[in-house]
Ligand binder design. Structure first.
Ligand SMILES: *Cc1c(COP(=O)(O)O)cnc(C)c1O
Length: 365
């Protein structure tokens, strides 16, 4: 079992840091994918306590989970919906991101039937190549949807692909295109309450992308990829486990599947509970390092499904039951950034996998 500790004070600190970086913008905290593995519901409550006007989740099912947990605040469905999900989106008072006229039509139909105006945020693809009306579709979509009597264009948005990289011209290009879209929105007589474009990295690197609302995700969990000069974000998740076995293994013995590590001399070897099934990336095999009794203990051999072996040579007093710091704490070896580097990925993926594993036991402080 992995103990996943979530530091809500750090989460609040990170929200306040976003406020100081984007003082004129509303904050839409992005808590999709179970709050990047940190737990969507407790984070939703915490963020609402900090006064955010709206929550950002992914698909319809996540919005329904909020409602099931009696969270009534406005919630934006960032992944959008299909036409056959329109009725449920309305029923659960969720605000879909819309990038299809067909979906807007269906929402308009449901809205008419219920005598309601359905709030939507229109999304435009300014260069991410993912969700959003293309520039070619934009004007027509704005005009068509703008005329729908039971749809209210509450927001207009885009998503930036490379805001962590200030060398790249892509963000400036995307923002220029977005300005064109906003011009068309204005021309059509629409006055959205919220215009938004900035993820965490754009909040830090591109003040001109703040508009009226910002959409931080990873910064709230402590790890934007953009460098922050004026403020520091704090890690929110830390993960520990236990040694289930400690023993001496003689020189020349293989450790783990395929014996990718062979003991160069007699070794004290520990077995840690938790493996790739729990989000400990297999690429950490023979590379990652955990902490036992304040000392770094290198992973030896391949990471298994349920267990990881570590070299306890530097911790002669180690014993079964000892706590093992897997992620977090003060050591540079157990930061999400270091893990991500070793595993050829980004901290986002580390959290999403570690926090939601089948044996993750989350606790909140
Ligand atoms: C996930 C997501 C975000 C948050 O991005 P971060 O890089 O985690 O800050 C913002 N906007 C949209 C549309 C997203 O899907």
């Amino acid at each position: 079992m992995l103990n996943v500790r979530i530091d809500l004070a750090a989460f609040r600190h990170n929200i306040e840091t976003i406020k100081s970086l984007a003082p004129d913008a509303a904050i839409l905290p992005v808590i999709k994918a179970d709050g990047y593995g940190h737990g969507m519901i407790p984070l939703a409550r915490e963020a609402l306590g900090c006064g955010v006007p709206m929550l950002g989740v992914g698909a319809l099912e996540e919005g329904r989970t909020l409602r099931r947990e009696k969270i009534a605040a406005p919630a934006l469905l960032l992944d959008g919906i299909l036409p056959n999900e329109a009725a449920d989106a309305v029923k659960y008072r969720l605000t879909p991101v819309v990038f299809s006229v067909d979906v807007a039509k269906e929402l308009n139909r449901v809205g008419k039937k219920e005598g309601k105006k359905i709030a939507v945020h229109l999304k435009f693809d300014t260069g991410m190549g993912r969700l959003g009306f293309t520039l070619r579709q934009a004007v027509d979509a704005i005009l068509q949807i703008g005329k729908m009597r039971n749809v209210h264009v509450e927001g207009v948005m885009t998503h930036l692909a490379s805001a962590g990289d200030i060398q790249s011209p892509q963000t400036d290009n995307q923002l220029r295109r977005f300005e064109g879209v906003l011009e068309a929105v204005k021309k059509a007589g629409l006055r959205p309450n919220y215009i938004h474009a900035a993820n965490s990295d754009a909040i830090i690197n591109y003040k001109q992308a703040h508009y009226g609302m910002v959409r931080p995700g990873i910064a709230l969990y402590g790890f934007p990829s953009a460098e922050v000069k004026e403020a520091a974000f704090k890690p929110v998740m830390s993960v520990t486990s236990r040694l289930i076995s400690v023993k001496d293994i003689p020189q020349g013995e293989g450790i783990g599947y395929n014996a990718t590590y062979v003991t160069p001399r007699n070794k004290k070897v520990g077995v840690v509970l938790g493996g790739y099934a729990d989000g400990i990336n297999r690429l950490l095999s023979n590379r990652g390092v955990f902490i036992v009794r304040g000392r770094p203990v290198p992973i030896i051999g391949n990471v298994c499904m349920d267990m990881v072996m570590v070299d306890l040579s530097r911790v002669p007093s180690a014993a079964p039951g000892d706590e093992v710091v897997i992620l977090g704490g003060d050591a540079p070896e157990t930061t999400a950034e270091h893990w991500a580097e070793l595993a050829g990925t980004i901290p986002y993926e580390i959290f999403c996998r570690l926090g939601v594993g089948p044996r993750a036991q989350r606790s909140y402080t």
